[in-house]
Design a protein around this ligand. Sequence first.
Ligand SMILES: *Cc1c(COP(=O)(O)O)cnc(C)c1O
Length: 431
Amino acid sequence: MSQSPVKPQTEIFSRGYDPQRSEGAAVPPVFRTSTFLFKNAEEGKRAFEIAYGLSPMKAGESPALIYTRVNNPNSEILEDKARSWDQAEDAALFGSGMGAISSTCLAFLRPGDTLLFADPVYGGTEYLFRHMLPLFGIKTRPFPAGGTQAELEALVAGDPTVKAIYLESPANPTIVLSDIAAARAVADRHATPDRKILVMVDNTFMGPIFCSPLKLGADLVIYSATKFFGGHSDLVAGFTMGSKALMGQVKVFRTILGSIADPDTAWLIHRSLATLQVRMEKQQENAQKLVDFLLTHPAVQDLSYPGLPQMGERQLELWKKQCTGTGSIITFKVKGGEAEAFRVLNAIRHMKLAVSLGGVESLIQHPSSMTHSDMTPAEKLHAGITENMIRVSVGLEDVDDLIADLSLALDQAQVSEPAFDCCGCGGDRGI
Ligand SMILES: *Cc1c(COP(=O)(O)O)cnc(C)c1O
């Protein structure tokens, strides 16, 4: 099946679903059932052996379905199609991106192990790593996203407890890319025969269309399917993808932790798959136009967007090496502080003031007080998350309207409150 020369955008229409098993239905029905009937006791026994990892699946074997917490036609069909772009051997659907991240970490990390993670990461991931995994004796250590291979090498060398390197590329919300091939090289250099170091990459912002971490050397790629995969801000889900061997372990943990998505959610993501690539490409086109505008606005500082020369030479090189597009998430700073940023957010009319990203409608938010509010001031400073920072996820509205919207809002931010010129400063002190 994976020998097929067709592109993923074609493959998703045929892979994973056999209409003859569903009365010839052109699209998969929703299998809204909790449990499945076995033809005989032997079939049930074999299905459990595989599901619980007691015995590996044989080539060509198609085990019976058991129970929807383990698997379901809708999740299996979706997994088979969704892995096309990453050319992953196997994929696991989860009830959320955090379900994917937490279940995957628990599948591979044990007390005494260390997880190194590029900082910053998504707020929930940050909390899991800093506050929850340590409760189970798993050590976690941040390192600056976008650091060099030598910096990563220094952390891994001499620490035999390192079991995994976790990257989010680009990082949320700073849009800094991490070097996946460098992480792979470091992981391989310090692995021992009985101790492999896993490279995990959260590819939510770029993937699967504009970056393919597995091809760059990652062992596992993780998605919040809530974002681009779902794409319509109407569901919460996640994916982990990788080799059959690793995913077998992930699926055992998913079954027992109960972190799979329900059949209706799987069906909705399945429906979103056909437009994933066109949505991401059009959203990217809109974002590029919005970036061009933002670069000219006097109230905008430090615009972060993949592939921009302003990101620095190293980041630009990495982008060329790792990405085939720029995506549709933009982060920028407004001249001033939180007050100025809030004035922009409150003046926006067409973009929606909401967290999340990757949907068909544009969303705008304030990382410091919203998605990353659980970080301490020191952690934010370290990660480069400032109070004047704004993150935009660009959707499919007419881009001229989006530009006009942001333009008006930014102009407003720079207008001081009705001048109460207490000290001849012209209101500059913002009193
Ligand atoms: C949203 C997000 C997550 C978490 O996903 P949920 O579906 O909300 O659980 C993880 N990583 C990144 C980069 C995200 O944007």
